[in-house]
Design a protein around this ligand. Structure first.
Ligand SMILES: Cc1ncc(COP(=O)(O)O)c(C=O)c1O
Length: 383
């Protein structure tokens, strides 16, 4: 199978529109010139709508993890305690980053299990300068209750640092309304740009926390980003070709409109869940109350009895569709289908059709058709 014929249905990187690829082949420009500044401002304008914020937004040359580290490294000092909420791989990553800069008070749930808000509040009552949450835990397909955590953070006067890496640009995120002090996103997920850039919104309160710190990181110094942002520039040489790509990807976001984009993402994930249900495949997340939900951008399913999730992934790749397996101890136990970025109903239909064939060959389903029919019933609402 030619690599160019492969359909990426993994939770990032996602397929990038040809016009984004073309934009990246433009000649380089002076990153201290007017043309770059205009592009920078153009990107920030669309991002303000994506983030739903009036806070400062910066674009970092570095993947989502760089923005996670910038968020923590700039606001958390050795004497600060941070409640780190973990129910998957990326919650664990936040916890590990915090441990390098300050004190962690972790709330470690079994991966894929939703948080109990009372337990979260108890942690905050023990005293914390900040709390971290992964809005959409990509590793387990669970959407965590950001709005509710935001309320608790405010009540206990803790900075709210949120990873919106696989929600911003594809799902509802209300940065200001939810009181998110620092929110981060990666370019290669719902925004459907190539990997390598990350974006971060920073509140006044977060900047105040930076003022109290003895030292800030150098390359990821958000105060330096603010100073340069005032001139519509970045402090250091940005990844210019990726900016060209991001700008074009954001034009696509603007043309579609965030409401339509959010609806398309939610409907796509709903269709995948309907298909799974029709094929007797169980969802992986364990939702224990109404505050958490299945993800609108990545669907994590339990591997069927007697079949490894990695075999399903391998079979799908052989048929030209790249899906994801489970990370760390979930390897083999689950498989995941990403439906983020510019993924269209026809991409989801093809994925479900091939999945159904794979499951039939592995004797998981006896007939082909129920999954396709269930998915199309949901996707037809987009027509
Ligand atoms: C929720 C979440 N946070 C953080 C990351 C890390 O982003 P990156 O791989 O761009 O550094 C990812 C990547 O998959 C993610 O899904």
């Amino acid at each position: 199978m030619e690599i160019e014929d492969t359909l990426l249905m993994m939770p990032g990187p996602v397929p990038v529109a040809p016009r984004v690829l073309r934009a990246m082949s433009k000649p380089m420009i002076n990153h201290r010139g007017a043309e770059f500044s205009a592009m920078y401002d153009d990107c920030c304008e669309v991002l303000a709508d994506v983030f739903q914020t009036k806070n400062d937004i910066f674009i970092l040359s570095g993947s989502g993890t760089a923005a996670m580290e910038a968020a923590v490294a700039c606001t958390v000092g050795p004497e600060d305690t941070v409640v780190a909420l973990e129910n998957g791989k990326f919650g664990e990553r936040f916890k590990d980053i915090i441990a390098r800069y300050g004190k962690v008070n972790p709330l470690e749930n079994e991966w894929g299990h939703s948080f109990d808000l009372e337990e979260v509040e108890k942690k905050l009552e023990e005293g914390a300068e900040a709390i971290t949450l992964v809005h959409n835990e990509t590793s387990t397909g669970i959407q965590n209750p950001a709005k509710e955590i935001g309320k608790l953070a405010k009540k206990h006067d803790a900075l709210f640092i949120m990873d919106g890496v696989t929600t911003l640009g594809g799902d509802t995120v209300m940065t200001d309304d939810w009181g998110v002090d620092v929110a981060v996103v990666g370019s290669q997920k719902c925004l459907a740009a190539p990997p390598g850039l990350s974006m971060i919104s920073v509140s006044e309160r977060a900047f105040e926390a930076m003022e109290k710190k003895d030292s800030l990181p150098y390359y990821l110094d958000l105060k330096a980003y603010k100073k340069s942002g005032g001139k519509s520039q970045t402090p250091y040489t940005p990844a210019v070709p990726l900016f060209f790509g991001l700008q074009e990807a954001l034009h696509i976001v603007k043309e579609e409109g965030m409401d339509a984009r959010i609806n398309r993402h939610a409907t796509g994930a709903k269709a995948i869940r309907a298909a799974a249900d029709a094929m007797g495949i169980e969802m992986f997340p364990q939702l224990n109350d109404d505050n958490s939900h299945y993800s609108n951008t990545v669907t994590a399913m339990k591997a069927p009895e007697g079949v490894s999730g990695n075999d399903i992934k391998k079979d799908m790749i052989a048929r030209g569709i790249t899906i994801a397996g489970g990370q760390a101890h979930l390897s083999g136990k689950i498989f995941r289908i990403g439906s983020m970025g510019n993924v269209q109903p026809k991409d989801i239909m093809l994925t479900i059709q091939e999945l159904e064939v794979v499951l039939k060959k592995r004797n998981v389903v006896s007939d082909i058709g129920a999954g396709v029919e269930a998915a199309s019933d949901v996707l037809d609402t987009l027509l």
